[in-house]
Design a protein around this ligand. Sequence first.
Ligand code: HXC
Length: 528
Amino acid sequence: AEVVDDDEDETHTLPAQQQLTPKLIARRRVHELEQQALNGGGAERIATQHARGKLTARERISLLLDSGSFRETDMIKAHRGSDFGMDKKRFAGDGVVTGQGKVFGRTVFVCSQDFTVLGGSLSETHAEKICKVMDRAMLVGAPLICLNDSGGARIQEGIASLAGYAEVFQRNVLASGVIPQISVIMGPCAGGAVYSPALTDFTFMVRDSSYMFVTGPEVVRAVTNEDVTAEALGGAQTHSRVSGVCHGAFDNELEAMAGIRRLLSFLPQSNRHKAPVLRSLDPRERANLDCLDSVVPDDPNQPYDMRAIVERIIDDGELVEIQPEYARNIITGFARMEGRTVGIVANQPRELAGCLDIDSSVKAARFVRFCDCFEIPLVTLVDMPGFLPGTVQEYNGLIRHGAKLLFAYAEATVPKVTVITRKAYGGGYITMSSKHLRGDANYAWPSAEIAVMGAKGAAEIIARGKDKDQATREYETKFANPIMAAERGFVDGLLRPSDTRRVICEDLELLQGKQLKNPAKKHANMPL
Ligand code: HXC
């Protein structure tokens, strides 16, 4: 599928009456170039791509977008390099398919790297194509989706390809908080190439066919003597469970594209738009939620599944979880309540008793900030005994990382509704969207316990040399309930669990008109 300059020869061999005019030659050439662009790296490389369980750049786009909606940009743009024989390897499109289309009728901009063309490597020209659609996405206010499948910087171009990456990064940063940016890793992603995804709002991966790392296994071996496979170093499992780089892993590319469409259905086009309202057809709103009245066990140390509560109170039980496999002691995800998008943040008492630790604080902080950027109200469900104690956490900077979540909630000006289902102790009580951090509507279930710390720990400190059991009981009686918080107005009301959905929906309706601005500043200096 390489561009071969053979038209001139043909015109010489044609009989005079059939000679092609310059216009005909140009038309034929355009057709040829478009065909080359459509064929990518050619049939053989496409077959290899398919054999690896991967689709082509164009097949991915057609799965992502509404049928027939794709409008391509710079289809035949080609690189200008000639070093290392690159003048013989000039492909129309230069290894990336870019343009715009629709997802559920709303415009999105897309860049889809074509691994069959020079390994999808990023040249100066390839970067220019990406930058052009990024600029347009910013101009009109529409999400950007990048499907990454690339061997990284085009090695033959040297610094020019690095400059290309830098141009993309700069745009990622300027677009942050203005339009949703989503990266899907669908092949190798090495070197600096991982940083564009890392600068976007969400990075998704496909299991067994994608990986991300700053330096690959060979360099790791050479520098650190560590023997590690690409999969273990930077596969989907590693990044969705261990590092938290990946916000969600899909089993295959079809599921990935369907998943991105689903996520987009919850998001606004930009920070200038509201998220779409999609009323549920399910009569769930009127459904009996009495089962919630008994969901929290009597024994305060018995775990229960917070997800079951979340699924009961949202429309259709449909939660699009972000980082579901990472820091599972906190649940973050998008849902709808009476058709309006909300961001759900909920402690999960089934994991680590729902404690806030470094990973869960960072996970939730980033999610809260995304919601705040895009005016998505936050619904927070609280059941956590506080921040996780221990040297591992302290040595790794729990103070700094925990502060991120505190900062994110305190900074957020979107509607914030909070329900304490059980434990809300110590710094965690304050952090988890408390009244004191400008929570708009804060409630406690009758099972709530709101205090500085658990009764046993408190007795250890305040009853030294005295009867600790009695002190524990006293502390429990006084604080292991929501009464004091309600008396002070730190919660706005005590809520029957079965009323939770109705009350939150009413509050969200009311808070649509919320107007709150932080003091003018260049930007805050959040703890990083
Ligand atoms: C130019 C590249 C390329 C690259 C792959 N190709 N990567 N061409 N620049 N970066 C070409 C190959 O030469 C080959 O062309 C074709 O793509 C397919 O590559 P293969 O190696 O045959 O495929 P595979 O075996 O699947 O291996 C894929 C791969 C490997 C793991 C990605 O190609 C690889 O390691 N590439 C180099 C990765 C890398 O180090 N990139 C630079 C990172 S530094 P032919 O014609 O021979 O078939 C970087 C800095 C950016 O990105 C910094 C920004 C701040």
